[in-house]
Design a binder for this molecule. Structure first.
Ligand code: ADP
Ligand code: MG
Ligand code: ZN
Length: 611
């Protein structure tokens, strides 16, 4: 959420402190008077006090200036004299108060300046100390406290939503219909609590928005703020986690106090996983702090009067890490899932964000939506932005379909890196490797169709074979996982069949194969049930600050059986892959040759080889 203007600027900076010091210095300099003599200081002639008084009596002097024990005088003919008197003797003692004489007598009072100087010397250190303390405390509160001026550590940094500034509405959230319905109900509850109370319905206390990053949880929170006609307090979980223990808890207290004063109200805690992690894990200051903050939230949620109209909405993408106590009835007992958008939702999100962009006529967002399985709302927004940037760079008058297509690839695979110099020999290996993936995948039953093959480096990859699902899928079958392993073997096996050896380029493939096989055996019960059985085997790694140790919930014998099963699955899929590639070896060579020339092969170009 954007910070409200109240909180936005950091009011303090080190320069301000330096400025204060400079000001003190300057005023010191002013108060410490300089020699304000009106007599030119040009080499005065030193004379005795007697001869000076003589000259005075004879009216030779125009001006006389007395400063402490020093007397300076200027005669009418421009001569400057200097003499000294007893510090204790004054004008009267010396007889310089004769009004019949022409000389103008001036006494420069230095004692006043001295007093000020002395006071300053005494007080300045204290002043400096006070300034310094204020400076430190304001800095600290600027880092963590925000409101409240000096010593405002424990104040919550919640932002009250300013409706006149942002106006996010539910219509700004495309798709996510169930989530919207759910929160609409909540907003209605706060607008008309009587209606619900009469029926005996209780207001839910806490709602947890759960969804992958970029699915629009924060956006939905903002939309609730825009729609609800009640005060809306928004904080991010990470804002509670401070370097001072106890600050988080006191902020929670403050936040709830403010909300209660303004009830009915909504409190939105974004990214609650920052505080809501399982308690009692490990040690260290950070954990203690989190625990205290979490406990305070629980206490506050329990402490509501049943009819207090405060609803707490929290968002997280890691519900599994949340403390069970948070999810208990009476706390965040309602969960609203925001899924990755499906085909229709993707099209709606694209349309929404295309509103302020200039699309060429004939662009088809539906096609883009169908190509972007697995993209989040944020990815889609990013895609459109990338397309707009590239259209601008190319000085086009609008965004074309090919800009959009390129942006899909850029967002999902990283930007092309044409500057990377790759030797011809290496290019040849890369081409055969990628075509190996494509052919192995193409001849299995369950792999996604090949969408594109490319030997242009992108991000970290030297080449890519891009398989693209044609529709949203929610279940993955055992057969499909096996087929995926076959196509993953394709690159390495093609290198072996064509060049007689393999390269390091396959390491990522192998990693993914191993992961797939391991999860098949350990998580999905897809291994041979006589050997390992349809059991979920968990291997937790318990993180402790500094230490990491694995904890298995199965015996060494089982571990060996699992390893054997995983090995079997991998070997079998490798054999299947080799068989496919051997059958289509001439075609593999031919396509790789063409790919070397063209650098990219589209789905249509690839399919044409098999007609
Ligand atoms: P989250 O908080 O779930 O990680 P955000 O709410 O921050 O995700 O989403 C990031 C951006 O992605 C939003 O600002 C919005 O522009 C875009 N976005 C995400 N989901 C949607 C959606 N359903 N409709 C419209 N825009 C969306
Ligand atoms: Mg967010
Ligand atoms: Zn590969």
């Amino acid at each position: 959420m954007k910070p409200s203007p109240k909180n936005a600027p950091r009011r303090n900076n080190p320069f301000k402190f330096l400025l204060i010091i400079a000001l003190i210095g300057a005023s010191l300099a002013l108060l410490f008077p300089k020699d304000m003599s009106t007599i030119s200081t040009e080499k005065p002639e030193e004379i005795s006090l007697t001869s000076f008084l003589e000259k005075y009596q004879q009216d030779e002097l125009k001006t006389i200036e007395i400063k402490d024990s020093q007397i300076k005088a200027e005669s009418f003919d421009g001569q400057v004299y200097q003499t000294f008197k007893e510090p204790s003797s004054n004008i009267k003692d010396l007889g310089l108060n004769d009004l019949t004489k022409k000389a103008a007598v001036k006494v420069v009072d230095t004692s006043g300046g001295k007093i000020w100087f002395n006071i300053l010397i005494g007080v300045a250190p204290f002043l400096l100390l006070i300034f310094f303390l204020i400076f430190i405390s304001r800095r600290a509160s600027a880092m963590g406290g925000g409101e409240g001026g000096p010593f405002g550590f424990g104040k919550s940094r919640a932002k009250v939503y300013d409706k006149t500034k942002h106006r996010t509405k539910f219509t700004d959230v495309a798709g996510a219909q169930e989530a919207k319905d759910e929160v609409t109900e909540v907003v209605d509850f706060l607008k008309n609590p009587k209606k619900y109370h009469k029926m005996g319905a209780k207001i839910p206390k806490g709602i947890l928005l759960v969804g992958a990053p970029g699915t629009g949880k924060t956006l939905l929170g903002r939309a609730i703020a825009g729609e609800a006609e009640v005060p809306f307090f928004s904080v991010s979980g990470s804002e509670f986690v401070e370097m001072f223990v106890g600050v988080g808890a006191s902020r929670v207290r403050d936040l709830f106090k403010t909300a209660k004063r303004n009830a009915p109200a909504i409190i939105f805690i974004d990214e609650i996983d920052a505080i809501g992690k399982h308690r009692g894990q490990g040690s260290g200051g950070g954990h203690d702090e989190r625990e205290q903050t979490l406990n305070q939230i629980l206490t506050e949620m329990d402490g509501f009067e049943p009819d207090t109209s405060i609803i707490i909405i929290a968002a997280t993408n890691r519900p599994d890490t949340l403390d069970k106590a948070l999810l208990r009835p009476g706390r965040f007992d309602r969960r609203v899932h925001i899924d990755l958008p499906d085909m229709v939702a993707r099209q709606q999100i694209l349309a929404l964000h295309a509103n302020n962009k200039i699309l060429a006529s004939g662009t088809d967002l539906k096609k883009i939506a169908s190509k972007t399985v697995g993209f989040s709302g944020a990815d889609l927004e990013n895609l459109l932005n990338e397309a707009a940037i590239s259209a601008t760079k190319k000085r086009q008058k609008d965004i074309t379909q090919s800009d959009l297509d390129n942006a899909v690839e850029k967002v999902s695979m990283g930007p092309e890196r044409r500057s990377r110099k790759i030797s011809e020999d290496e290019k040849k290996i890369i081409a055969h490797h990628e075509v190996g993936h494509a052919i192995a995948g193409h001849f299995t039953k369950n792999c996604e169709p090949v969408h594109k093959i490319s030997i242009i480096s992108r991000g970290g990859a030297l080449g890519v074979t891009w398989f693209l699902p044609e529709e949203d899928k929610y279940l993955v079958s055992e057969e499909k996982m096996k087929d995926e392993m076959i196509s993953l073997h394709g690159g390495r096996m093609a290198e072996r069949l064509i060049f007689g050896q393999t390269t390091t380029g396959a390491s990522n493939d192998l990693e993914r194969i191993s992961k797939l096989a391991r999860s098949m055996v350990m998580t999905y019960g897809m291994g041979d049930s006589k050997k390992v059985g349809p059991v979920v085997f968990a291997e937790k790694s318990k993180g402790w600050s500094g230490f990491d140790f694995h904890e298995k919930d199965f015996s060494e014998d089982t571990a060996r059986a699992i390893d054997e099963e995983v090995h079997r699955l991998i070997i079998e899929s490798e054999a299947a892959c080799t068989k496919i590639l051997k059958e289509h070896l001439p075609m593999l060579k031919k396509i790789a040759e063409d790919l070397l020339k063209k650098e990219n092969l589209s789905r249509e170009e690839f399919l044409a080889y098999f007609k």
